[in-house]
Design a protein around this ligand. Structure first.
Ligand code: C2E
Ligand code: CA
Ligand code: CA
Ligand code: CA
Length: 277
């Protein structure tokens, strides 16, 4: 009789936990994940196309649930941005980068890590204080941390200009992300003291496939050059794309041709193998 009672109790406890988890809204779940620090970071190598050397990586957040299940950022970043939870998530990403790669950053001054910054943070500049604070006593140089933000972050141009200027005074490089998918015009970009431009994957996808749309890609490259910006091509999957970009003097490439986003230890191994040639 006793084992049956224990079984029943265990079942009821399990049921209560299951029901209470199910009752959480997506926002409630995300809040809980922030409280419990359920975010980890993977690192996707960025390659200098001419030399093939790995010069750094982009930090890409993942939500790892207690059961090990991994959730892709595009499934929770929009909700995080809308709710403001993106701010504590960004803080956790910054802390993770320093925890994961502090040692490697100290011993490899040419290693750079690009962190994605939300529109809200570009507007207020709040994130700069977070990064500054996180770097205290780490002996990691500010110029080893790059910041990237999508065009949405630059809508309020005066606020964006002041945040970018401050970031650069601190030593960080700033890139415009997913370029070509928003509304930025040439004159608009000209007013921002940016360092780099990341060409969105959708433009890289057209290389060698669709003659009509691939016509746009060279213009984006020329525009970035006219603005004296460094160029990172994202989503490079084929050698043909890499050759095309190299022939047009694009500086950097990122994509599955080189590597997917890697967990910390694998990224460090990749970097060791590819940081000099
Ligand atoms: P993104 O900034 O454009 O990041 C590049 C995305 O493209 C990554 O997806 C990466 O894994 C994927 N990718 C890279 N190379 C290739 C390729 O060759 N082929 C294909 N098919 N895909 C490739 P991921 O990690 O799922 O990130 C999705 C988006 O989530 C990112 O797009 C970024 O906008 C956002 N995100 C990721 N981490 C953060 C973060 O820490 N903070 C913020 N605010 N947003 C983040
Ligand atoms: Ca990015
Ligand atoms: Ca993109
Ligand atoms: Ca991007």
């Amino acid at each position: 009789l006793l084992p049956l009672g224990v079984l029943m109790a265990a079942f009821i406890v399990g049921l209560v936990i299951w029901v209470s988890r199910k009752r959480l809204s997506p926002l409630g779940e995300l809040k809980l994940a922030v409280e419990k620090h359920e975010f980890i970071v993977h690192y996707q190598p960025i390659i200098a196309l001419k030399s093939g050397v790995c010069i750094g990586a982009e930090a890409l957040v993942r939500w790892q649930r207690p059961d090990g299940k991994m959730t892709r950022p595009d499934l929770f970043i929009p909700l995080a941005e809308e709710s403001g939870l993106i701010l504590p998530i960004t803080d956790q990403v910054i802390a993770a980068v320093i925890r994961d790669l502090g040692e490697v950053l100290r011993t490899n001054r040419r290693l750079h890590i690009a962190i994605n910054i939300s529109a809200q943070d570009i507007k207020t500049g709040r994130v700069l204080d977070v990064v500054k604070h996180a770097l205290v006593d780490t002996n990691i140089l500010a110029d080893q941390i790059w910041l990237e933000a999508t065009e949405r972050g630059f809508m309020d141009i005066d606020a964006a200009r002041s945040t970018i200027s401050r970031a650069r005074e601190m030593g960080h490089a700033v890139a415009i992300d997913d370029f070509g998918t928003g509304y930025s015009s040439l004159s608009y970009l000209q007013g921002l003291p940016l360092d780099a431009l990341k060409i969105d994957k959708s433009f890289i996808d057209t290389i060698g496939i669709d003659a009509a749309t691939s016509n746009v890609t060279p213009y984006i490259i020329e525009m970035a050059k006219a603005l004296k910006l460094q160029i990172v091509a994202e989503g490079v999957e084929t050698q043909e794309q890499a050759d095309y970009l190299l022939a047009r003097d694009v500086d950097f490439g990122q994509g599955w041709l080189f590597s997917k986003a890697l967990p910390t230890r694998e990224f460090i191994a990749f970097y060791r193998d590819n940081s000099s040639r």
